[in-house]
Design a protein around this ligand. Structure first.
Ligand code: CA
Length: 227
């Protein structure tokens, strides 16, 4: 189930969004101000964030900008009020994926959410399609990787795991999370399989695989990707 974070200070609006998203089958969490919102975004446990612009303690713009500057790539849809319409360029500079202007229809919002969730994930800076991960330059969309111009073979699952870790940069991802979200219930490997998998992945991306600097081990828990 996709998990959405609603960051909105207006109680009625917040509750309305929570109820409707839950009705649509999403798992929903909420925050009432920008700082709490940012703390929750940093937890890395959301598939999408609905982020109001005018918030107490920290504006939605600052939450978005800060999250992106920390390498957090969780999709963000900004909720803007009339008169504070952000243009596409500003949205992209901030690193937001989309925005809707209040008052919006629920149908419109749900359509935007679905569209953003369907998008292959990648960061939103202008030339965002290539990202540098250790030795490799990676295009997740095209599922291509190269090292200084030489193509490097990664399996589909390797791209998936890397993207999953990359999107949650700076936060610990448990083996259970990887099992559930990347391998899926149908095809459950053991946690040992995951560890071996990560060892192989390190051989491909790390400059010094025995001393990884990007995919770190969180002992007893899982892994953490550092940019
Ligand atoms: Ca507000």
């Amino acid at each position: 189930m996709k998990h959405i974070l609603v960051v909105e200070d207006e109680p009625q609006m917040r509750q309305g969004l929570i109820d409707n998203l839950a009705f649509e089958g999403y798992e929903v969490s909420s925050a009432e101000d920008g700082q709490d919102g940012l703390t929750k975004v940093r937890s890395g446990s959301f598939d999408l964030v609905l982020l109001d612009v005018m918030l107490p303690r920290m504006s939605g713009f600052d939450v978005c900008r800060t999250a992106r500057s920390e390498g957090i790539a969780t999709p963000i849809i900004m909720l803007t009020a009339k008169g504070e319409e952000i243009d596409r360029v500003l949205g992209l500079e901030l690193g937001a994926d989309d925005y809707v202007t209040k008052p919006f229809s629920l149908r419109e919002l749900m359509a935007r959410i679905k569209a953003v969730l369907r998008r292959p994930s990648y960061t939103n800076s202008a030339d965002a399609e290539d990202v540098q991960i250790g030795r490799l330059t990676i295009n997740f969309r095209a599922q291509r990787a190269h090292e200084e111009g030489t193509a490097v073979e990664l399996t589909h699952r390797e791209f998936e795991v890397l993207l999953y870790l990359y999107e949650r940069a700076g936060t610990v991802v448990s083996r259970e999370q990887l099992l559930e979200d990347v391998w899926g219930y149908d095809n459950l490997p053991t946690t040992r399989t995951i560890d071996n998998f990560i060892l192989k992945l390190r051989q491909k991306i790390e400059f010094d695989p025995p001393h990884p600097r990007h995919i770190l081990t969180a002992h007893g828990v899982g892994y953490k990707y550092i940019i």
